[in-house]
Design a protein around this ligand. Structure first.
Ligand SMILES: [Zn+2]
Length: 545
């Protein structure tokens, strides 16, 4: 009896000791690949090496069925949702851009007119996470460690660095196309650290662009892609055909450093900068012994996808090079933080669609919703009934944004206007559903779709009427090249999600998980509170529970 009592007491004591000092990794690294579809882990795998994507899959845990559970599926929302465990309805990031419904004022996701740029005098510097209403997992780490954890966000896109790093970040840096410099804002600091200025002075973008963009392997070996010259690919001004070799050394004379965003070297340069941040800021070597967090987002994959679409050699080559860059980055982490001392995860903010022209040329169904024309049609019809052709402000994010000020001043019936809009849109080709958001819960639509619509609807920022496009239809001008994303379909919402390193099991699962499950999984791993708008659940298989 006494022996039992003593053993029980000892167990409790040990349990309490474990709780008092939770073991944690030295560093968490979140790597987001902008516009990466889940299937890219496999589509180009014949020429991936062992140390990049394949290392993540072999040594880590892959959630093969990770979905975005909201619309619109765009960059700002993806980054916000990964890090907050939440959705636009709650975290407030309702698009890359949105309209403040009460005033009609347009808003960019990280726009903050109350801060100044640091390292730039341009407006591109006036950015902060102010519009993000919920806390991030990085914020929670700061709170849990009495702000001793270091948190840094890095991305060529402002929103890709700022939103993940959260409100308490030590710094977020993004790339200014005009100067080729990494910049920040007074939200974080008054002046760039010396190491950032030194890094900028190297003008690495110059070196990369002067090398031109040639394929990594002989061009006729790119069997996973279309021919090099197709109508589905966009061109740079000055280019006669969208083909290799891409003379970036020439094109940069007009396009400037902005060009590097649309080359694979944009990813390389971002990781160069991330490695320098690890070294100079001593990330993963915190003097208090606590965990640091580095959020990196690679944007070039998205710029390249938008310009050349999914089926181009440009895309295959980008992923073959990215595979090498990831291998190199992991090797750097092994060397400087130590293998097994850091937790790494790779995911994406959204995926992407095939080009509709490419798709229909192969006899598939698809098309373009020409938003400007649809808006004109709507306003013409509204004018006939209500006497004004300015009632619909825009069709941004597949939502109808109404001019409430005008509707009020003309004393029009909102209900009648919505009815007219919905009837008119229902006649357009390529539209599956038109949903009055006030009645979304009661629409006869498949439940997964309804959930995405409701999660994505922010009462103050989203348009009152949601358009659901038919599969493989998207907003664009007829026959435009490249690709885009933003809708509910799997091609836009099925993202890769792979964890590796400290605290992570090896394995694979095809269970459906959602983007909002990433932050609570990290919260469980780190023994810290989940973010304050979190609606996700920890993915227990990843943690071996
Ligand atoms: Zn995009």
């Amino acid at each position: 009896m006494w022996k039992f009592f003593f053993t029980a007491l000892l167990t409790i004591t040990i349990a309490i000791q474990v709780e008092a000092q939770p073991a944690r990794p030295k560093l968490v690294v979140g790597l987001m690949i902008d516009q990466m579809r889940w299937d890219y882990l496999y589509r180009f795998a014949d020429r991936y090496g062992d140390d990049g994507f394949k290392r993540l899959l072999n040594e880590g845990f892959s959630c093969e069925n990770a979905l975005l559970n909201y619309i619109p599926t765009v960059t700002a929302i993806g980054h916000a949702s990964v890090y907050t465990g939440s959705v636009p309805a709650i975290h407030g990031i309702a698009g890359n851009d949105w309209v403040i419904q009460a005033t009609g004022q347009p808003m960019y996701c990280t726009q903050d007119d109350n801060v100044r740029g640091v390292g730039t005098l341009e407006r591109e510097g006036q950015q902060s996470p102010r519009n993000l209403l919920a806390s991030t997992i990085t914020d929670q780490l700061k709170l849990a460690t009495n702000f001793q954890a270091k948190v840094i966000g890095i991305s060529m896109k402002d929103r890709g660095g700022i939103l993940p790093a959260g409100h308490f970040a030590d710094a977020a840096y993004w790339f200014e196309g005009k100067s080729g410099n990494w910049i920040s804002s007074t939200f974080y600091m008054e002046k760039l650290p010396g190491w950032v200025e030194t890094f900028n002075k190297q003008k690495l973008a110059d070196n990369y662009l002067k090398q031109d963009w040639n394929t990594l392997y002989p061009i006729d070996t790119y069997i996973n892609s279309t021919a090099d010259d197709t109508p589905y690919e966009g061109k740079w001004p000055g280019e006669e055909t969208p083909t290799f070799p891409r003379k970036t050394s020439e094109l940069m004379k007009d396009a400037g450093y902005e060009l590097i965003k649309t080359t694979p070297q944009g990813n390389t340069l971002t990781l160069d900068f991330a490695k320098e941040a690890i070294k100079q800021e001593q990330l993963g070597n915190n003097s208090t012994g606590t965990t640091d967090f580095l959020c990196v987002s690679l944007s070039s994959t998205d710029y390249i996808g938008h310009r050349y679409s999914l089926s181009a050699i440009e895309m295959e080559d980008t992923y073959l090079r990215l595979d090498q860059d990831i291998a190199d980055f992991l090797a750097y982490l092994d060397k400087h933080i130590g293998k097994g001392n850091y937790t790494f995860f790779l995911t994406a903010d959204h995926a992407a669609s095939y080009n509709p022209m490419y798709y229909t040329d192969q006899q598939g169904n698809g098309g373009y919703l020409f938003a400007r024309q649809i808006q004109r049609n709507l306003n013409n019809e509204l004018e006939k009934k209500f006497g004004s052709d300015k009632i619909v402000r825009s069709l941004m994010n597949y939502q109808v944004h109404l001019n409430y000020g005008l509707i009020d001043s003309l004393q029009l019936s909102l209900k009648e206007i919505k009815k007219t809009v919905i009837n008119s849109l229902n006649k357009e080709d390529g539209i599956t559903y038109v949903i009055d958001m006030e009645g979304a819960q009661h629409m006869f639509i498949p439940a997964p779709l309804r959930e995405k619509v409701i999660n994505g609807y922010n009462r103050k920022h989203s348009g009152a009427i949601q358009i659901i496009a038919d599969p493989q239809w998207y907003a664009g001008t007829p026959r435009s090249p490249g690709t885009t994303h933003g809708v509910w379909s799997p091609y836009d919402s099925h993202i890769p999600l792979v964890f590796m390193g400290w605290g992570i099991q090896r394995g694979v699962s095809n269970k459906e998980v959602h983007v909002v499950d990433i932050a609570p999984t990290l919260a469980s791993l780190l023994h810290i509170m989940e973010p304050n708008g979190n609606i996700g659940k920890p993915i227990v298989e990843v943690l071996g529970q």
